[in-house]
Design a protein. Structure first.
Ligand SMILES: Cc1cc2nc3c(=O)[nH]c(=O)nc-3n(C[C@H](O)[C@H](O)[C@H](O)COP(=O)(O)OP(=O)(O)OC[C@H]3O[C@@H](n4cnc5c(N)ncnc54)[C@H](O)[C@@H]3O)c2cc1C
Length: 343
């Protein structure tokens, strides 16, 4: 789904792996560059150079300096730095030439998809449907697939001394909510400065206007009652999916499995250590922790720990209602949960 640089690269890699691939691209004509040159990153070039028979010099030029200019054109700062550059058209056309034209389907807008067992059914704007084992959603910044994975609504839960003092459910988040700039927006409605003000495209007004954000479920207004006046110890904002529990469980397990299989991986950190590097303490997200064996014990043949010695992984699986096996092969803390201090 999506026949630009990302979709085409995925299509070529999958085709080379032996899959029968079709690319559904909603544009009715081959795509055209819409901007200046692009910095050519390793990941963008890898298919072309490693499998497409292209040399870097065929598709890129390089610079040896980076310069920051003043408004009058003078040099503010410069340093030696090698960057590879290309034009968007060069990358796109080079990828397109390597793909079977009969399988690159222009004018094919995907309007929905649904999963059933091991297969996914894709529906198209012309009313037709296609079945596949795998759907790759490379549909860009206004991704239909990403919108479908947003929560249906957010909830605000506040606690003081372990007691819940606040529970508010936000407005429904529209399924097609735009969450970032869209290069397809007409120039007249793009971000631009109009004198002292910044013009914000209408679909993104919720990012800068609180009332609009509340109306699309992306912000809350909470009356300041006596119970809240002294502040909260803890604020939790879960996203809600208004679906049946079995579908939600399956969605969450799929999400964790995909994240765990990704290069970034998935793991649970022990309670207490910081999740980000700070000036004084490094993040707990290192490459070594004891968790793999502990999780294996949790989900493998070892007997389950007694309730008082439950690991965080086990707590999380039970609280989310997912099968702990979804994170079996991955690292994560399985240290017994410490006594909780209302945090
Ligand atoms: C036509 C085009 C020209 C660009 N030119 C430049 C440039 O010159 N310089 C620069 O720096 N950046 C440019 N960009 C920016 C671009 O975001 C990135 O360079 C890069 O293309 C991102 O690739 P992508 O495959 O992730 O997503 P995108 O390039 O955003 O492509 C997403 C594709 O999915 C298709 N699509 C979306 N929804 C559906 C649907 N429901 N069904 C089927 N197809 C769908 C879109 O038509 C689009 O072709 C351009 C992007 C596009 C789409």
């Amino acid at each position: 789904m999506g026949g630009s640089v990302g979709g085409l690269t995925a299509a070529l890699v999958l085709r080379d792996a032996g899959c029968e691939v079709r690319v559904f691209e909603r544009s009715s004509a081959a795509l055209q560059a819409r901007g200046a040159g692009i910095a050519a990153l390793e990941a963008t070039l890898r298919y072309l150079t490693e499998r497409g028979g292209r040399q870097r010099a065929d598709v890129c030029s390089s610079t040896s300096w980076i310069r920051f200019l003043r408004p009058d054109g003078g040099i503010l700062h410069e340093q030696r730095h090698q960057y590879l550059f290309s034009s968007w058209n060069t990358i796109y056309r080079s990828l397109l030439e390597l793909f079977d034209p009969g399988r690159y389907l222009l004018g094919s807008e995907v309007t929905g998809f649904s999963q059933s067992g091991d297969s996914v059914r894709v529906t198209l704007a012309d009313g037709s449907a296609a079945d596949a084992d795998l759907l790759v959603c490379a549909d860009g910044v206004t991704s239909l697939a990403r919108a479908r994975l947003l929560p249906d609504a957010f909830q605000l839960l506040g606690y003081v001394h372990g007691q819940q003092v606040l529970a508010v459910t936000g407005k429904a988040v529209p399924a097609d909510l735009q969450v970032g700039p869209d290069p397809g927006t007409p120039d007249a409605d793009q971000f631009r400065s109009t004198g002292a003000a910044l013009h914000v495209p209408a679909p993104l007004k919720w990012l800068v206007d609180l009332d609009t954000a509340v109306s699309v479920g992306m912000a809350f207004r909470v009356p300041l009652t006596d119970a809240l006046r002294g502040g909260l110890d803890r604020l939790v904002v879960p996203g809600l999916r208004v679906r049946d529990p079995a579908t939600s469980k399956a969605d969450l397990e799929t999400l964790i499995t995909h994240q765990a299989n990704s290069r970034a991986g998935f793991r649970l950190l022990p309670q207490g250590p910081p999740t980000n590097n700070t000036g004084r303490t490094p993040s707990a997200f290192g490459t070594v922790d004891e968790t793999a064996q502990r999780l294996a014990a949790l989900t493998g043949s070892a007997p389950r720990a007694a309730t008082t010695a439950k690991s965080d992984g086990q707590w999380l699986a039970e609280l989310l209602g997912v099968d702990p096996a979804v994170w079996r092969p991955y690292r994560g803390p399985t240290v017994p949960t410490r006594p909780r201090h209302g945090r």
